[in-house]
Design a binder for this molecule. Structure first.
Ligand code: GSH
Length: 292
C-alpha cells in the first residue's frame, strides 16, 4: 500500500516516468514514433500488423472466416507487433496507425494502398470489401453496426477500467474496482438479456458484431481474460456462456486465435502467418524443434 490513499492533483499534471505502474515502459502522454522501423511486407494484398490480444484476434478470426467462406482474396500475411517491446512506436507502424495500437491493416489491392486502423473499422472494411458477415437487409445491417459500435465504446471500461485495476494494478483499490466491476456486470447483463432472445448478436446471423464482441466478453466468461470469471460470477450469464461456447467451437475461431500469439501452448502459437499451411508447419513447437 502507498502512504496515502488520497491525492491532491497539482495545478498542471507532469509526466512522472518512474510512476507508470504496469505498462510503464509503453504508456506515454505523447503520440508519434520513437524510432525508425520499416514494416515488412509479404506476398498477399492484405498485410496485418498485430498481436493476439482480444482486439487483435477480432481481425484474424474475421480473415479466417472469410477464407473459410471461399473468399481467396482474403489471404493475408500477419506480422507480429510486440507491444511490450514498443514495436507500435516504430515509424512504419505509426504510418499505418497514428494511434500506435494493434491491430493495423494495409490493403495493397486498392488503386492507392489503403490503411485501416481500429479493429471495428477493420472489420467493417473487410465485411464491405468482401460483402460478407454483415447483414444485407438495412434494418439488420443497422442493428449489426449498433452492436459493433457498442463493443468499441464498451470494451475500454472492461479493458482499461476493470482489467487495469483488477488485474494489472500492483496495488488494489476498492473504489475503481467497484466502479468498473459494476459497469462490466451491467454490460454482461445487456448481452445476456439480448442473447436470451437471439442466437447471435444480429438475430440468427453470425456477423462482425459477434466477431467484435466475442474476444472480449466471450473471453471473459470463458475465463481467458483477467482470470475474473469467478469474481464476476460469469456462470450466471448463461446465455452469454451458451453463445461464447458455440463461437469458441468454430474452427475458424480456433485458427484466428492462434495467429500472432506469443503465449500459452507452443502448438497454439502461430507467431507469423503467411499461408494457410502455416497452421500445420509453422507453429512455434515445430519451429523450435527444427531449430534444435
Ligand atoms: N480501439 C482500439 C484499441 C486497440 C488497443 O487498445 N490495442 C492495444 C492492445 S489490445 C495496444 O496496441 N496497446 C499498445 C499501447 O497502448 O501502447 C481497437 O479496437 O483497435
Amino acid at each position: 500500500m502507498s502512504e496515502s490513499l488520497t491525492y491532491e492533483p497539482p495545478i498542471v499534471w507532469k509526466w512522472d516516468t518512474e510512476n507508470g505502474g504496469a505498462w510503464a515502459k509503453t504508456n506515454r502522454p505523447i503520440a508519434g514514433a520513437t524510432h525508425e522501423n520499416k514494416l515488412p511486407v509479404g506476398k498477399h494484398p492484405l498485410q496485418l500488423y498485430s498481436l493476439a490480444t482480444p482486439n487483435g484476434v477480432k481481425v484474424t478470426i474475421m480473415l479466417e472466416e472469410l477464407l473459410a467462406l471461399g473468399i481467396n482474396e482474403a489471404e493475408y500475411d500477419a506480422f507480429l507487433i510486440r507491444i511490450g517491446n514498443g514495436d507500435q512506436f516504430g515509424s512504419g507502424f505509426v504510418e499505418v496507425n497514428p494511434n500506435s495500437k494493434i491491430p493495423a491493416l494495409m490493403d495493397y489491392s486498392t488503386e492507392k494502398p489503403t490503411r485501416v486502423f481500429e479493429s471495428g473499422a477493420i472489420l467493417l472494411y473487410l465485411a464491405e470489401k468482401f460483402n460478407a458477415l454483415i447483414p444485407k437487409d438495412t434494418i439488420m445491417r443497422t442493428e449489426c453496426l449498433s452492436w459493433l459500435f457498442w463493443q468499441m465504446g464498451s470494451a475500454p471500461y472492461l479493458g482499461g477500467g476493470f482489467g487495469h485495476f483488477y488485474n494489472y494494478a500492483t496495488e488494489k483499490y476498492q473504489y475503481p474496482i467497484d466502479r468498473f466491476t459494476m459497469e462490466v456486470k451491467r454490460q454482461l447483463d445487456v448481452l445476456d438479456q439480448h442473447l436470451a432472445k437471439n442466437e447471435y448478436m444480429c438475430n440468427d446471423e453470425y456477423t462482425i458484431a459477434d466477431i467484435a464482441i466475442w474476444p472480449w466478453y466471450g473471453g471473459l466468461v470463458l475465463n481467458r481474460v483477467y482470470e475474473a470469471a469467478e469474481f464476476l460470477d460469469a456462470n450466471s450469464y448463461k446465455h452469454v456462456i451458451r453463445w461464447s461456447e458455440e463461437i469458441d467451437s468454430r474452427e475458424t475461431v480456433q485458427r484466428g486465435r492462434m495467429v500472432n500469439r506469443v503465449r500459452g501452448e507452443l502448438n497454439e502459437q502461430l507467431r507469423e502467418r503467411h499461408d494457410a499451411t502455416d497452421f500445420i508447419h509453422k507453429t512455434q513447437d515445430k519451429i523450435e524443434l527444427s531449430n534444435n
